[in-house]
Write a protein that binds this ligand. Structure first.
Ligand code: HGY
Ligand code: MN
Ligand code: MN
Ligand code: MN
Length: 401
């Protein structure tokens, strides 16, 4: 049967979710995992699930499930945001999932459950909520995770109090589908409306620390300094040079968070802690990059007389999407927007990466205006949002009938 999704109801819920943590700049949101806004949004979402006659269960990480009875497909994404996030990254997939589950239930269609995973945006790691559920992140590591401000995961989770429940048995779900914005420029440039994801890149992420000697910025001769900022700067230049030999145009690496200590005009900085993240579709290349990163950091520290240390590494392996689910999405896309869709990889991480470890999983993308995401300016044309919803519903029909 065709699942009679309601585009107006879907768009209204999507805009209602945006009010939680609204940044006041464009449609942007500030809704990091376990913040007041995030928890309020999860409570609102639980209410919408109950109103749709789904039973709500929250797992030990704070991922919120809206369940129907018996085995079902699971649809969803995440409702936490980056520290400066867009209104669609994650939220779109959560509300599309809610709408398809709700419409299917009302019409006596196939059983569909929905979920908003917690901390996909990695306040405590990489897609933390779904990684912990799938085992990609060992559960005995959870208590040792710390955010960039020094808050531990157990401290942050405590804010969800007695909302937290037990892990769900993945065996109750027959597969996972996630709708998401592309977060890149490909479809916006080509004019296509839908992307069917073939594979999701792998990621590795760790913190590197250089520790030198804090000193007076007026009296310490340049040749005698053990300057942590200069070490980071030299490391970055050397690393970019060396990685060039092993990467492809699709490989990316980012130093996105830096803490320079003590961070004052007239003090030679004694310490720098920074995030080092790299992504590629090939696990062997991720290994080779890791070796170069570690060697280069070691070498720069040794040459300049600083100490170098690395924190625990987090990672998610590259993963292919399920062939049958991809075919269902492709058929649904062709039916909805003939010739205006493509098959493409995902350079962003998604909860679907972890779900693919436990059950068949696949993803559908809609375009991002200007290719902008992880920014308040992130947006997508309403017509594309609705097209994506219909393709998702069409794929559910083809998979679960
Ligand atoms: O960074 C990512 O790829 C994801 O948005 N957390
Ligand atoms: Mn996302
Ligand atoms: Mn994101
Ligand atoms: Mn002085």
């Amino acid at each position: 049967m065709t699942i009679p999704v309601n585009p107006d109801r879907f768009l209204k819920d999507l805009h209602d979710l945006r009010r939680f943590g609204a940044s006041g700049v464009g449609k942007g949101v500030v809704r990091p995992a376990y913040s007041e806004a995030d928890i309020a949004a999860r409570d609102w979402l639980a209410g919408r699930m109950k109103a749709a006659d789904l039973s709500v269960q929250v797992d030990p990480m704070g991922s919120v499930f809206g369940l129907c009875e018996g085995p079902s497909l699971l649809l969803g994404s995440h409702s936490d945001s980056q520290p400066e996030g867009g209104w669609l990254d994650g939220a779109l997939g959560v509300i599309a999932a809610l709408e398809v589950a709700r419409a299917a239930r009302e019409a006596g269609g196939p059983p569909v459950s929905c979920v908003s995973f917690q901390d996909e945006e990695g306040r405590f790691g990489v897609t933390t909520g779904s990684a912990a559920w799938s085992g990609a992140l060992a559960r005995d590591r959870l208590d040792s995770l710390v955010d960039p401000q020094g808050v531990t995961l157990p401290q942050a989770r405590a804010a969800m109090g007695d909302r937290l429940g037990d892990w769900l048995d993945p065996a109750r779900f027959t597969g996972f589908l996630e709708m998401h914005i592309e977060q890149g420029p490909v479809m916006d440039t080509s004019g296509e409306a839908v992307g069917v994801v073939e594979a999701i890149v792998g990621i590795r992420d760790m913190v590197i620390t250089f520790e030198g000697q804090q000193n007076h910025a007026g009296t310490t001769p340049m040749a005698l300094r053990k300057d942590a900022f200069q070490a980071l700067s030299a490391f970055n230049a050397l690393l970019n040079d060396r990685l060039r030999n092993v990467v492809t145009p699709a490989t990316v690496w980012t130093i996105g968070h830096v803490t320079l200590l003590p961070n004052a005009h007239s003090i030679v900085p004694g310490k720098v802690k920074f995030s080092m993240q790299w992504r590629d579709g090939d696990a062997g290349r991720l290994d080779r990059m890791e070796a170069i990163i570690r060697e280069t950091a070691q070498e720069v520290a040794a040459t300049r007389g600083l100490e170098m240390s690395t924190g625990p590494m987090l990672g998610i392996a590259p993963v292919a999407m399920d062939a049958g689910f991809r075919a269902a999405l492709s058929e649904a896309a062709e039916a909805e927007v003939p010739g205006r869709w493509r098959v493409m990889p995902s350079g962003a991480l998604h909860d679907a990466s972890n779900m693919a470890r436990m059950m068949p999983a696949a993803m559908v993308f809609v375009p991002s205006i200007g290719g902008i995401s992880h920014d308040f300016a992130e947006d997508t044309d309403e017509a594309d949002l609705v097209t994506g919803l219909k393709v998702l519903a069409g794929a559910v029909t083809r998979i679960a009938g």
